[in-house]
Ligand binder design. Structure first.
Ligand SMILES: Cc1cc2nc3c(=O)[nH]c(=O)nc-3n(C[C@H](O)[C@H](O)[C@H](O)COP(=O)(O)OP(=O)(O)OC[C@H]3O[C@@H](n4cnc5c(N)ncnc54)[C@H](O)[C@@H]3O)c2cc1C
Length: 384
C-alpha cells in the first residue's frame, strides 16, 4: 500500500474526473434521483461508497486513515455523501447478523448500489409501538408467503428489494414472534401506492402484500428472533453507533453567509441583532454536537459505544436541523416562500423545500418524544 499522500493524490484526481461541478454542493435530497443513484454507483464501482467494507464484499477495504482522507477530500469539493438504506443501515446489519452466504449474496450489490432497498417497518397500527406489527409471513416449503400492509415506506416506488419485519409466530409474545425478512418488490403480490409529501415529492408509499414470496434463506438472524436485528438496524438509522455510518454533525450550515446576503450588514455586524444571537447560538450548538459525534465515532471504533448514543444523536440532530431551516427562513424573509415560476432562483427554492421537509426529521426512525422516553429510561434512569 502506498503512502497516505499518494492516496490523497489518487482520491483528488479520481474525484476531479468523476465528480462534475453540477454534483458539488448537492445532496441526495436535492438531486434528481437518477443523477444521485448514478453518482453513488460510480463511487461504488471504485469501492468508495462503502470504503471500510472488505473488498471481498465489494467495499474499499480502506483503513481508518485512508477513510479519513477520502472523507476530507469529498468534503473539500462538497461531493454528495453516499447514503442509502442499504449502505447506512442494512449493510452493517447483515455484516453483523448474516451468514457468510447472505453476506456474499447481498453486500456487494449494496456496496455497488446495484440494488435499491426500502424499509418495511411501520404499519397503520404500529409506528412508535413497532412490535405491534401484524404483517404475516407463513412458511411454504423453501419460501415464505407474506400478507399485510406497511406504511410510510420511503423510496418504495423506486426500490428493488425490501427489508421487512414480519410476524412468523402469531402466538408468541409480541417481541418474540417477529422475523427480519428480505424479498424483492417487483413481484406479483406487492402493490405500492405513493403518498405525496408537503414538498411535492412522491418518495413515500403504502405497500400492500397479498401472497408476496420471499426465500426462506433470506431471513436475517434467527426465525422469530428478528426484534434484536430490527433494533440494531434502528441504531444504525439513528446514527452514532456505527463508525461507517453517516458522519452526523451539521456544520457548513452557511447561515452566516445567507443572513449577510439577505439581511445585510451594518457596522460590520448583521443588521438584525436578534437573528445574529440566534445564529451564533445555533452555530455553537452545532459545533458542540459535531465534536460529540466525532468522539462517539472514536469510541465506537474502539468498541466502547456510549449508552444510547444513537438515540441521543438522532434526537439532538433532528431538533438542530429544524432550527437551522427556521433560521434560514427568517434570514430569507419573503424570498424563502418561493414557488417555481415566481421569479425565485434555484437556491431559494431549494431552501424552501428543505424547510418544508425538515419537520419530518423528528418523526422518521422514531419520533423525538420516543427518543426522549428512551433517554429518560435508559440514560437518566427515571422510572416510568
Ligand atoms: C419522512 C419519514 C420517513 C419514514 N420512512 C419510513 C420508512 O422508510 N419505513 C418505515 O417503516 N417507516 C418510515 N417512517 C415512519 C416512522 O417510523 C413513523 O412515522 C414513526 O415511527 C412514528 O409512528 P407513527 O407515525 O405511527 O406515529 P404514532 O406512533 O402513532 O405517534 C403519534 C404521536 O404520538 C407520540 N407518541 C406515541 N407513543 C408515545 C409515547 N409512548 N410517549 C410519548 N409520545 C408518544 C409520537 O411521538 C407522535 O407524536 C417514516 C416517517 C417519516 C416522517
Amino acid at each position: 500500500m502506498g503512502s497516505l499522500e499518494s492516496f490523497r493524490d489518487e482520491v483528488r484526481s479520481w474525484l476531479e474526473k468523476n465528480c462534475p461541478a453540477d454534483l458539488r454542493g448537492k445532496t441526495r435530497e436535492n438531486l434528481p434521483r437518477k443523477r444521485y443513484d448514478a453518482w453513488v454507483r460510480t463511487l461504488g464501482s471504485r469501492g468508495w461508497a462503502a470504503p471500510g467494507w472488505d473488498t471481498k464484499y465489494g467495499g474499499g477495504g480502506l483503513d481508518r486513515a485512508r477513510r479519513a482522507v477520502l472523507a476530507e477530500e469529498m468534503r473539500a469539493i462538497r461531493a454528495p455523501q453516499p447514503t442509502s438504506f442499504g449502505l447506512s443501515m442494512l449493510g452493517p446489519t447483515i455484516l453483523e447478523f448474516g451468514t457468510e452466504e447472505q453476506k456474499r449474496e447481498h453486500i456487494p450489490k449494496i456496496a455497488r448500489h446495484e440494488v435499491i432497498w426500502c424499509q418495511g417497518y411501520s404499519e397503520p397500527g404500529a409506528g412508535s409501538d413497532l412490535a405491534s406489527l401484524q404483517t404475516r409471513a407463513v412458511r411454504d416449503g423453501d419460501e415464505y408467503v407474506v400478507t399485510g400492509q406497511k406504511i410510510w415506506t420511503s423510496g418504495a416506488p423506486q426500490a428493488d428489494w425490501i427489508f421487512c419485519l414480519v410476524r412468523t409466530d402469531p402466538d408468541a409474545p409480541k417481541h418474540e414472534g417477529i422475523s427480519f425478512l428480505l424479498f424483492p418488490m417487483k413481484q406479483q403480490g406487492v402493490e405500492v401506492t405513493p403518498i405525496s409529501l408537503l414538498d411535492g415529492s412522491e418518495t413515500f408509499a403504502q405497500v400492500f402484500f397479498d401472497g408476496a414470496r420471499a426465500k426462506a434463506r433470506d431471513v436475517i438472524g434467527p426465525v422469530n428472533g428478528g426484534w434484536t436485528v430490527a433494533k440494531r438496524l434502528l441504531q444504525h438509522e439513528r446514527g452514532g453507533s456505527n463508525p461507517e455510518g453517516r458522519a452526523r454533525g451539521t456544520g457548513g450550515s452557511r447561515l452566516v453567509d445567507l443572513a449577510r446576503e439577505y439581511v445585510g450588514v451594518e457596522d460590520g455586524k448583521l443588521a438584525d441583532p436578534a437573528l445574529r444571537e440566534r445564529i451564533v447560538q445555533y452555530e455553537l450548538d452545532s459545533q458542540a454536537f459535531a465534536i460529540t459525534m466525532r468522539r462517539a465515532a472514536e469510541e465506537a471504533r474502539s468498541g466502547q459505544t456510549g449508552r444510547e448514543i444513537a438515540t441521543m444523536s438522532k434526537y439532538y440532530w433532528s431538533e438542530l436541523s429544524k432550527r437551522e431551516q427556521e433560521l434560514a427562513m427568517h434570514a430569507l424573509g419573503t424570498r424563502g416562500l418561493g414557488r417555481k415560476g415566481d421569479g425565485y432562483d434555484e437556491s431559494e427554492l431549494l431552501r424552501t423545500r428543505a424547510w418544508l421537509r425538515t419537520p419530518v426529521n423528528s418523526i422518521w426512525g422514531g419520533t423525538s418524544e420516543i427518543q426522549r422516553n428512551i433517554i429518560a429510561k435508559r440514560v437518566l434512569n427515571i422510572p416510568e
